[in-house]
Design a protein around this ligand. Structure first.
Ligand SMILES: NC(=O)c1ccc[n+]([C@@H]2O[C@H](COP(=O)([O-])OP(=O)(O)OC[C@H]3O[C@@H](n4cnc5c(N)ncnc54)[C@H](OP(=O)(O)O)[C@@H]3O)[C@@H](O)[C@H]2O)c1
Length: 238
C-alpha cells in the first residue's frame, strides 16, 4: 500500500520562493505539516502568510542559512519542536552564479555555491538521518540539476556543487537503506520561476512538486533513487 502524506512532517529548505515554495504548497495540499527556511526574513514571512491558506496542512518556518552547520541544526530542532517529528526532508535551497571562466569566479562565489548546494545538503541530512533512523522511516529528496549531465562551460562552481549532490545522494541511499529511509535525487532541467525567468518551454514548478508527492506515495518497499525531469521540448532557437 502507498504512503499517505496527511499529518506527515516535512522540512523544505529554501521554501520561501520558487520551487521550494511550490513543493511546500503541494505537501500542504496533501495534508502534511511543513517547516520551511530561507535567509531573507521578509520573503520567509510573506511565504508563510501566502502558504498558510494552502490545503489542510500547517506551515511554519525560521530564517536559516543552510551553508552554516549551526543553522541546519537549529532548523531541524525547530521543526521537531514545532511539529513533534520529522518524516520528510526536501533539500531544495540552491544558489546559482554567472557563468564565467574559472579565473573570473571568485573564491567567495565558489564558497557560497558549494556551501549552499552541497555542504548545506550534507548538514541537513546529518541532522535528519538519526531522527528518521530512530523512527524507522523517512524520505529525503535532494533537488539536483541537469547540470550534472550537461556541464556547460563557465559553470564550474554550480556544476561541481550539483555533481557533488549526485555523489552524496548515491552514497546516502546506501548508508540508510537498511534504516527504512528512502533517498531520491531529483534531477531537473530548466524550471520557470520568478528568479530565473518565466518561459513557456520550461518545466513548471508544479511538475517538480508532483514528482516529490508521487515518489513519496509509492509503497515503502519501492525506491526511485534518481529521476531526470527534462522539459519535453528544447529551448527555442537551439
Ligand atoms: N529553476 C531552475 O531552472 C532550476 C533548474 C535545475 C535545478 N534547480 C534547483 O532547484 C532548487 C531551487 O531553485 P529555484 O529556481 O526555486 O531557486 P530560487 O527561486 O532562487 O529560490 C531559492 C530558494 O532557496 C533559498 N536559499 C538560497 N540560498 C539559501 C541558503 N544558503 N540557505 C537557505 N536558503 C537559501 C532562497 O531564499 P533566500 O534567498 O531568502 O535565502 C529561496 O527560498 C535549487 O537547488 C536549484 O539549484 C533549479
Amino acid at each position: 500500500m502507498g504512503l499517505e502524506l496527511k499529518d506527515k512532517v516535512a522540512i523544505v529548505t529554501g521554501g520561501s520562493r520558487g520551487i521550494g515554495s511550490g513543493i511546500a504548497h503541494a505537501l500542504l495540499l496533501a495534508g502534511a505539516r511543513v517547516f520551511i527556511c530561507g535567509r531573507q526574513e521578509a520573503d520567509l514571512k510573506s511565504a508563510l502568510q501566502a502558504l498558510s491558506s494552502s490545503g489542510e496542512g500547517s506551515i511554519d518556518g525560521i530564517v536559516a542559512d543552510v551553508s552554516r552547520y549551526q543553522d541546519c541544526r537549529k532548523l531541524v530542532e525547530a521543526a521537531v519542536e514545532r511539529f513533534g517529528r520529522l518524516d520528510i526532508l526536501v533539500n531544495n535551497a540552491g544558489a546559482g552564479h554567472s557563468y564565467k571562466p574559472i579565473d573570473q569566479i571568485s573564491p567567495e562565489v565558489w564558497d557560497a555555491t558549494i556551501g549552499t548546494n552541497l555542504s548545506g545538503m550534507f548538514y541537513c541530512c546529518r541532522e535528519a538521518v538519526p531522527l528518521m533512523r530512530k523512527a524507522g522511516a523517512g524520505y529525503i529528496f535532494n533537488i539536483s540539476s541537469t547540470a550534472t549531465i550537461v556541464l556547460c562551460q563557465g559553470g564550474s562552481a554550480y556544476n561541481a556543487s550539483k555533481t557533488g549532490v549526485s555523489g552524496l545522494t548515491e552514497t546516502l541511499v546506501k548508508d540508510v537503506r537498511y534504516d527504512g529511509i528512502r533517498v531520491s535525487e531529483i534531477v531537473i532541467g530548466s524550471v520557470s520561476t520568478a528568479d530565473r525567468g518565466y518561459e513557456r518551454w520550461k518545466l513548471a514548478i508544479e511538475d517538480v512538486a508532483q514528482i516529490v508527492i508521487d515518489l513519496y506515495k509509492l509503497p515503502a518497499r519501492a525506491l526511485v533513487s534518481r529521476v531526470e525531469l527534462w522539459p519535453s521540448q528544447p529551448p527555442p532557437n537551439r
